[in-house]
Ligand binder design. Structure first.
Ligand code: NAP
Length: 286
């Protein structure tokens, strides 16, 4: 029997960051320092932590992190003006608006205001559409992380049945599109799906993106399947019940230390790529 693989996100994230170091040096030699602007609106403690983690990850790689913290009373208009200012700032290469923003703000309108070439978090509908069509530069970071893990461990999706549990715009839908583009046969499940355990049981690849701790059970998993758990719930618990899924799976991501660390490295990768693109455009117009 083949040996089981624990898909170690920390190893994959380190590999991605090591590759980026050379590119960052190269860009610096041309007077370009990649810069990610993060916008946090309000004082939600989890959001503050996420934004801080992303900013710190940038700084560790010598990517500039421009941290913008706006008050919880910010209006949609004020947020749009800030995004426009960052769109127009040539020293900023990527913009991340931390989700969720306070309820009175039109979040979709704010996401859509991000210029496509700076949408390194893949939140605009144009970015999503391009990803679905197969030519998007920056798919949203968690779906990109899932594919990065598969690539690192040489797990081929072609011809496989992938079952994605969840259909959110930042996770379930784009990861379904990416897997479809890799020639998997994709079933996307959601809260109205009937007979979920039977559907998951048919999967060669299971993506857990539900937002419910330990939701996917080992008894639903086909022997030898690949389980990719994007879930992250309070207490460092994934959306798949790790121990029972481990028993059945051929390969599985742990939580923590699976998809999470790779997601942040994808944000860095996209920001560095966006900085490189801006340089190319600048040189073309010289
Ligand atoms: P979300 O927006 O809440 O979406 C959850 C999805 O799960 C929805 O599509 C929902 O279906 C579906 N769902 C809920 N209950 C279900 C059920 N009983 N059966 C089948 N499907 C069900 O969540 P999200 O933002 O995509 O996040 C999902 C998970 O990923 C969370 O644990 C989150 O913390 C984690 N996450 C991790 C990262 C990372 O970096 N690792 C990044 C983002 C999110 P409906 O559409 O029908 O409501």
């Amino acid at each position: 029997m083949e040996k089981k693989i624990i898909l170690d996100g920390n190893v994959v994230a380190k590999h991605v960051k090591d590759q980026l170091k050379n590119r960052i040096e190269e860009l610096k030699g041309k007077d370009v320092v990649p810069c990610l602007a993060t916008i946090l609106v309000g004082d939600d403690p989890s959001s503050e932590t996420y934004v801080r983690m992303k900013g710190n990850a940038c700084e560790k790689l010598a990517i500039l992190s421009k941290r913008i913290h706006m008050s919880k009373d910010t209006t949609t208009q004020e947020l749009l003006e800030k995004i426009t200012e960052l769109n127009d700032d040539p020293s900023v290469h990527g913009i991340l608006l931390q989700h969720p923003v306070p309820g009175h703000i039109d979040e979709r309108k704010a996401f859509e205001a991000i210029a496509i070439e700076k949408d390194v978090d893949g939140v605009t509908s144009l970015g999503y559409g391009q990803t679905a069509f197969g030519f998007g530069e920056y798919p949203s970071c968690t779906p990109a992380a899932i594919l990065e893990i598969m690539d690192f461990y040489k797990l081929n999706a072609e011809g496989k049945h992938a079952v994605v549990v969840g259909r959110s715009p930042i996770l379930g839908k784009p990861v379904s599109a990416l897997l479809l583009n890799r020639n998997a046969t994709v079933t996307t499940c959601h809260s109205y799906t009937q007979n979920l355990p039977q559907i998951v049981k048919q999967a060669d690849i299971v993506v857990a993106a539900v937002g419910k701790p330990n939701f996917i059970k080992g008894e639903w998993i086909k022997e030898g399947a690949i389980v990719l758990d994007a879930g992250y719930n309070e207490g460092n618990i994934g959306d798949a019940e790790y121990d029972s899924c481990f028993e059945k799976a051929f390969a599985i991501t742990p939580v923590p230390g699976g998809v999470g660390p790779v997601t942040i490295s994808m944000l860095l990768k996209h920001t560095v790529h966006a900085a490189g693109k801006s340089l190319e455009i600048h040189e073309k117009h010289k």
